[in-house]
Write a protein that binds this ligand. Sequence first.
Ligand code: FAD
Ligand code: NAG
Ligand code: NAG
Ligand code: NAG
Ligand code: NAG
Ligand code: NAG
Length: 710
Amino acid sequence: MPRMNLLRGPLVVVLHLLALSHASPRTYLGKDELLRRQIDPGSLKSAYDYIIVGGGQSGLVIANRLSEDTTKTVLVVEYGTFDNNPSQVEPSSATSYPPMDLFNVTSVPQPGIGNRTGTVYAAAVVGGGSTINGMLFERGSAEDYDNWEKLGNAGWGFSGLLPYFKKSTTFNTPIDPSVVADANITWDTSVYGTDGPIQATYPPWVWPGTKIQFKAFSEVGVPTQFEAAGGNSYNAFWVPSNVDANGRRSYARNEYFDPAQSRPNLSLLVNYRVNEVLFSSTKRAQSVTIQARGTANGASTITVNANTEIVLCAGWLHTPHILQRSGVGPKALLTAAGIPILSDLPGVGSNLQDHPAAFIQFTYKTDVFPNPSSLQTNATFAAWAQQQWTQLREGPLSLTTGNSLGTIPLTTMNPTGYQAIISKALAQTPATYLPKAYTAEQLAGFVEQRNLLTASYGSSTNGIFEIPFNGGASTALCLDKPMSRGTVTLKTTDRYAEPSVDYNTNVNPVDVDLTISAARFYRTWMAAPSMQQLGPTELTPGTTLTTDAQLNTWVSGSMSSSTAHSCCTAAMMPQNLGGVVSPDLLVYGVTGLSVGDISVIPLIPATHTCATVYAIAEKAADLIKARAASPGNPGSTSSTTSISSTTSSTTSTTSSTTSQPTTTKTTTTTAPVPTQTHWGQCGGIGWQGPTVCAAPFTCKVSNPYYSQCL
Ligand SMILES: Cc1cc2nc3c(=O)[nH]c(=O)nc-3n(C[C@H](O)[C@H](O)[C@H](O)COP(=O)(O)OP(=O)(O)OC[C@H]3O[C@@H](n4cnc5c(N)ncnc54)[C@H](O)[C@@H]3O)c2cc1C
Ligand SMILES: *[C@@H]1O[C@H](CO)[C@@H](O)[C@H](O)[C@H]1NC(C)=O
Ligand SMILES: *[C@@H]1O[C@H](CO)[C@@H](O)[C@H](O)[C@H]1NC(C)=O
Ligand SMILES: *[C@@H]1O[C@H](CO)[C@@H](O)[C@H](O)[C@H]1NC(C)=O
Ligand SMILES: *[C@@H]1O[C@H](CO)[C@@H](O)[C@H](O)[C@H]1NC(C)=O
Ligand SMILES: CC(=O)N[C@H]1CO[C@H](CO)[C@@H](O)[C@@H]1O
C-alpha cells in the first residue's frame, strides 16, 4: 500500500513545507520570468545567422543550442505566445489542454472508423507540445530507432540517439522512497544524463491496484522491465514524468528557453506566422516572410533574411504546410494551388502516422481501496488528496497522466495468429490502401517500411500495442505500429487556411486485425489469476462480441485517430523512397533549409513522442553547428534584401527571389465541432478513472487523457 498519511499532524506539515521551500532551486512565474525576451517586430534585424520557424518544443531546444555560440545570431518566430497561467505547470494540466494553446483543426471524415472525424492535436504556444502535453516521459525501444537507421539514416539508430536522450535529460531520485519501495519502482540512472535540462522523476503516489496489474501481466507472459528507457520499452514497465522535484512541469520553455532568454544573440518573436520560405535563384533558402497573427490574408508581411540556415520546427502539421506554400512539395498539389515548384517532393505532407486508439471498458466488482474512483466517490478521500497536494505536494494529485505502461509484442498478444497477420500484410498490393497520390518512389519507400514493420510484428523485443494502466479497469488501447498512412494537404483555394488532415485511420485492414488482437489480449490479461481479487467485468466491447466481424464493428465505432503523437510528414528517408530530408536533416532539392521537429521521423516509434523530439532536436542542433563550421559549407550571402514591409501584391523583395503572391481571401476558419468522443475513461486524470459515473452524473470526455463525471 502506498503511504496514507491521514494521521499526519500539523508539525509534520510544517516540516514538509520547510523542506519544500529549501528544495526549490527554480523560481516560477516570478517577475523576471514574466519579463520574457520577446522582441518587438519593430526591432527585428534585417538578417540573422539562423531563423528557426516555430518556437515549440524542438524549436526552443535548437534555439538554445545554436545561441550557445555567441558569434551567431538566432531568431525564433512563433505563431503562439507565452502561457503564463501558473496552473499550466501543475500536474493537473497534463490532462486539460487549453484551447488557446492549440490550433483548431478537425480531420476529414475517416472511412476506416465509420466516417467519424477526429480532433487534431497541434500546439500553438511557446514551448509547443511540451507546454501542454501529458508529461509521460517515455522513450521507444532500441528497435524503433534502429529501423530509422535501416531506412537509410546512418547515425539515427538507438546508439546514435542515446547520447542525445541523455544530453536532454536529468533523472532525479523520487522524493518518496516509501512509494518506490512499496511499488517496486526501479530505474537505471546510467541511461539518463546528469545535467540535461529536462527533469524527470517518479511522483510520490501509486494506486495500489497498479501492483496487482503488474503481477497479472507477468502471469500472461508480460514481464516487468527493470528500466525501459535504455531501449527496452516493451512488455511492462515504469515511465517517469517530466516534472521537477516540486512536481511541476519541466519543459522546453522553462528548461531550454528561460535560461537562454537573456542572451543578446537570441531573439524570440511571438504572435507571428511564417508564411513562406523564399529562395535565391540558386534555390538557396534566403529569407522568410512573416505576418502578424490575426491579420487577414493580404495584410502586410515582413521579410527577414537568414545568413546561414533556416530551420523548420513548425511541427507535423505546419512544417509540411509551409514547405508546400514555399514551392517544396508534390507537384500536382502545388500546380493546382498555383504555386511555382522549386523542388518536386511528393513526400511533403504524406507518411502521416499517429497512435490511433480504441477504448476498452471494464469495471471491478471488488476494487481495492483507495482506487482512482475514490477521488470521485469518496469525499473524505478526495479532501485528503487535496490537502496532501496543497500542503505537501504529495498524494494522488501529484500524478500526471500516469507512470506505468504495457507495450506488448504481437507475438505475446496473438501467439497463434501473428504469422497470419504478417503474411496478410506482405501479400497486400501496397497502393490499395495508401493515399491515391502516392508515387512509385513513395510506394517503394512504403514497401521498405512494411518490411521493417512486419519484422517488428514478429519481434519479441518491440511493442505493437500500448496498454496504459494505473489501477483502473478501463483504458485506451493504442496502436503503436500502424500500416495505414495519412496526409497533410494545403488547401488549394486558400493556402493560409489550416491544411486538410486525413489520418486514413484503419484504412488498412491489418490495423484492424492488430486492434482485435489487442482487445482479445486485454481480456486475457483481465482473466489472469491475480486480477480475480478485483472481480473484473467487461462492459465494452461486451462479452457477447467475440467473432472477428463483431469485434471489427466495435473497432470501427470505438477507435479514434490520434493520441496527439502525429508525426512523420517530412520524413527522413532517401529521396528515391519518397523522403523529404536527408540524414543531416536538409531538405532535398534546395540548400540552406532543414527540418528539426517531429516531422522528420520516418516510422513512428512505439512510444509517447516528447522525449524522442528532445533527442531529435539536440542532434539536429549538433548537425547544424557542424555544417556551419565545415569549410565546404556553401555559406550564405543574402546581400540584397533587408527587412521590408510589403503588401500582398509586392511580396517579392528581390528579383532573385521566388515568392508566391499571397491571396486576398480572408482566413476565417470556424472549426467544426468534433463528433468523435470515444476517448479516455470516465472520471479522473490519465488512465485512472472509473468507467461508469454514478447517477445523476454522466461522463464528459475532454481529450485523449481526461474525462469527468459531471
Ligand atoms: C495535447 C498533447 C498531449 C501530448 N501528450 C504527450 C505525453 O504525455 N507524452 C509525450 O511523450 N508526448 C506527448 N505529446 C506529444 C509531444 O508533446 C509532441 O510530439 C512534441 O511536443 C512535438 O514537438 P515539435 O517541436 O515537433 O512540435 P510543437 O511542439 O508542436 O511545435 C511547433 C510550433 O510551431 C508553431 N508554428 C506552427 N506553424 C507556424 C508558423 N507558420 N509560423 C510560426 N510558428 C508556427 C506552433 O505554434 C508550435 O509552437 C502530446 C502532444 C499534445 C499536443
Ligand atoms: C483556437 O480556439 C480558441 C478558442 O476556443 C482560441 O483562443 C485560439 O486562439 C484558437 N487557436 C488558434 C491557433 O487560432
Ligand atoms: C462513409 O462515407 C462513404 C462516402 O460517403 C460511404 O460510401 C460509406 O458507406 C460510409 N461508411 C459508413 C460506415 O458510413
Ligand atoms: C522488482 O522489479 C524487478 C524488475 O524490475 C524484479 O526483478 C523484482 O523481482 C521485483 N521485486 C519484487 C519484490 O517484486
Ligand atoms: C473513504 O475514505 C476514507 C478516508 O480515506 C476512508 O477511511 C473510508 O474507508 C473510505 N470509505 C469508503 C466507503 O471506502
Ligand atoms: C552576434 C551577437 O550578437 N553576439 C552576441 C551574443 O551574446 C553575447 C553575450 O551572451 C555577446 O557577447 C555577443 O556579442
